[in-house]
Every structure is written in C-alpha cells, then in structure tokens.
Design a protein around this ligand. Structure first.
Ligand SMILES: NC(=O)C1=CN([C@@H]2O[C@H](COP(=O)(O)OP(=O)(O)OC[C@H]3O[C@@H](n4cnc5c(N)ncnc54)[C@H](OP(=O)(O)O)[C@@H]3O)[C@@H](O)[C@H]2O)C=CC1
Ligand SMILES: O=C(O)C(=O)CO
Length: 364
C-alpha cells in the first residue's frame, strides 16, 4: 500500500520510540553529560553476570556497569552507587571507602561475606536476590538432584570403569524409595522438594517456623506447598538425620548454623547415608565429614561448596572415590544469571530515576 520508504504507521512508531528514548536520556542526563549511576560488579568469575547486566541496560548509556579487577577495587569503589558481589568478602575497610554507595547486593543469596553492620553504619543498604522466581533456587535444586543421583550411581567409579573398559560396574542405587531430609527448608529447599516428589521419595524437612502465612510456602500457582511428608523444627535435625538415607544441607550460613553438620549429626545419620551440601562449606564440620568417610559411616558426600574456595586440589578428602565435587556452580546457570542480571538492571534503573527499589530482599 505504501512505498518501502514511506510508511506512516512505521514512521509514527519510530518517532514515538525516538521520543521515548530522548525523554529517558533527558531524565538521566547529569550536568557533565557523563553516566550518573554507576554499578560495580566485584568478585571472581563475574564476566557473565556483568555482561548480561550491560546487555540488559544497553539502552541506558547513563548507567555505567563495570567489572573491575580485584586489585583496583579499593581505589575505585568510591565511584560507585551500587556494588554487586558474588560470595565475596566485602570488608568494613572496603565499605568505608564506598563513599557514594547506596546499595550492596549479592548476585544471589548468601550475604555472609558482606559486613552488614559496617554497611549499615555507612548508611548503605544490603540486599539479596530472592531465589524463588527471579533468583537461583531452581538451579540449585536441580543441582542437588544431580549430585544426589551422581552419588547414588557412583559417578566417580563409573568414570573409572569406563577408563578401565569395564562393563556393568559399579552397582548404583535409585532415588526411588529413599528418605531425603532437607536441612533448611528455605527457597532452595522448597524448589528441591517439589522436584523430588516425582522420584517417589519420602521427604523430611526442617525450618524454624512453619507458619502457614509464610510467603515462601505458597507456590507460584497460589496453592499451598505440601511437598513435605514430615515437618520439623531446627531442634529435630538429629531425629530426622536418623530417619533419612540422604541429607541435603540448604541452610543459610551464619553464626548459629556454622558447623551444624558436626560429629553428632553425622553419627546420627544411618550407616551408608549420603550427605549433600549445596549451601556453604562452613555448615559442615570438616573433621567430622572426613572421619565419617574414613570410617565408612558416610556412604558418600557431594559438595558444590567448600570450606575454602576454590577447593584445594591437594585436599586429602579427595582420596575418597565417593566424594563428588562441583565448583560452586549450583546457582550458576544461563537462566539464573540472565534473570538476576535483569533484577540488577531494574534496580539500577529504579535508583537512577529515584524510584523505590523492588525485587530484592533487604538484610538491613
Ligand atoms: N551453591 C550455590 O551456588 C548457592 C548456594 N546458596 C546458599 O544456600 C543458602 C540457602 O539459600 P535459600 O534457600 O535461597 O535461602 P533461604 O533464606 O530461603 O533459606 C535459608 C534456610 O536457612 C534457615 N535458617 C536461617 N537461619 C537459621 C538459623 N539461625 N538456624 C536454623 N536455620 C536457619 C532458614 O530457616 P527458616 O525457613 O525457618 O527461615 C531457611 O530454611 C544461601 O544462604 C546460600 O548460602 C544459595 C544459592 C546458590
Ligand atoms: O547465591 C549464592 O549465595 C551463591 O552462592 C551464588 O553462586
């Protein structure tokens, strides 16, 4: 109907878009015409999250997103409004230098590396990305199942068999028919229980408060979460350890939970029981785990997280063929990283335009 070069509908849309873009630019402009909201990603292994956030904000040149080498952070942290960390130590010294900072956020959940008191004293808010929908809980839950299956099927031994050209060895086991104890029924725990149901397992779980109005207990479709067969509080963890074949640690790490999986806990577990840690290394007592493996009381241990990271390749615990390790990647997936990049991007946009910040959970 119209020529290739003159289409009034397209022209109108294009003009509207240009106007929108121009208005945003005007709104964002600071006097020197430079970026006026600056986001710093700091911590190891950050390229993907930084790049995805940059991509998400590519229409907003006045929001600057940087990924600095670790050494330069102390000198430059003072230039940034938002600092995004991933399981990294953000000490009071660094925080004291962050004179322009308004928000520190974890690219995920665990905030134990951030000195929250120091941040509060400097008037800086600290937040995490809630795992359930926008965060990494689904990725972690899938990884927990992957590790459980890897332990049950004896992944390391299978690999040896292949190298030795052996067939039909080792004899693994099924998840079907097992009792799984989810130690710490938070966002990851909930996602894990939902996914475990179809395997035909009995699920036990503990959390401090099972109040029915807990928003975490409501599933996305609005129905109440009923994935758990037996619910207990933190005081019941030894009792539940006794009853289970597999324990999956999904606790938050803090001064009260550090070392929860200690000698008492491990000796409460059934002989041959499997232990999976998807949360933080410090939740497990190293000596107790080592001795549990050495004595054969523990049938296998799967850990996505370690006592010190990265995992020391010379750690004697590696001698056990029934130790299955992954390099802190439970929450690291294309989907969770894209989704969390969007949360960071939206928060940066909200801060930039003076709106209340949404989509994050504050810790102070
Ligand atoms: N490996 C990886 O890549 C990842 C690891 N993680 C780790 O997993 C942890 C859990 O994540 P997520 O499920 O999203 O977090 P949530 O905050 O949703 O759940 C934390 C759980 O810990 C429990 N808890 C907190 N404080 C205590 C306490 N003092 N005593 C006993 N229980 C306590 C909570 O109990 P209650 O329900 O009663 O509040 C809850 O069950 C994170 O803190 C993080 O360290 C997270 C993401 C990725
Ligand atoms: O979200 C967390 O706590 C993580 O460990 C991210 O990998």
């Amino acid at each position: 109907m119209y020529s290739r070069f003159y289409n009034p509908v397209k022209l109108k849309n294009c003009t509207r878009q240009l106007g929108y873009f121009w208005n945003i630019q005007k709104r964002n402009m600071c006097e020197d015409g430079k970026a006026n909201t600056r986001v710093l990603f700091c911590g190891p292994h950050f390229p993907a999250s930084h790049n995805y956030t940059k991509e998400y904000l590519h229409n907003y040149p006045l929001i600057q997103v940087d990924d600095l080498p670790f050494d330069s952070i102390p000198d430059l942290i003072g230039n940034y409004d938002i600092c995004v960390v991933k399981s990294m130590r953000l000490s009071s010294d660094l925080i004291a230098r962050a004179t322009r900072m308004k928000l520190i956020m974890q690219y995920g959940v665990g905030l134990e590396g951030v000195d929250i008191t120091a941040a509060t004293n400097h008037g800086i808010k600290v937040a995490r990305i809630p795992g359930k929908v926008t965060g990494n809980a689904a990725s972690c839950a899938e990884m927990a199942i992957y590790i459980m299956l890897g332990l049950l099927r004896k992944q390391n031994e299978m690999q040896c068999s292949v190298r030795l050209k052996k067939l039909g060895d080792p004899v693994g086991d099924t998840l079907f028919g097992k009792t799984v104890f989810i130690l710490g029924y938070g966002n990851i725990g909930i996602e894990l229980a939902k996914r475990l149901r179809p395997f035909g397992v009995k699920i036990l779980a503990t959390k401090r408060n099972w109040a029915s109005n807990d928003p975490k207990a409501t599933l996305e479709n609005g129905t109440h979460d009923d994935s758990v067969d037996e619910k207990g509080s933190h005081e019941d963890i030894y009792e539940f350890a006794k009853k289970s074949d597999i324990v999956v640690c999904c606790l938050i790490m803090n001064s009260q939970t550090v070392g929860t999986v200690n000698e008492n806990f491990i000796s409460s577990m059934r002989k041959g029981g499997l232990l999976v840690n998807i949360a933080r290394g410090g939740l497990l007592d190293y000596k107790a785990v080592y001795e549990g493996l050495e004595s054969g009381h523990l049938g296998g241990v799967g850990m996505d997280v370690a006592w010190t990271e990265p995992f020391d390749p010379n750690d004697p615990i590696l001698k056990f063929p029934n130790v299955l390790l992954t390099p802190h990647v439970a929450g690291v997936t294309e989907s969770s990283y894209r989704s969390m990049a969007k949360v960071v991007g939206d928060v940066a946009l909200q801060l930039h335009s003076g709106k209340p910040l949404t989509g994050i959970e504050y810790a102070n």
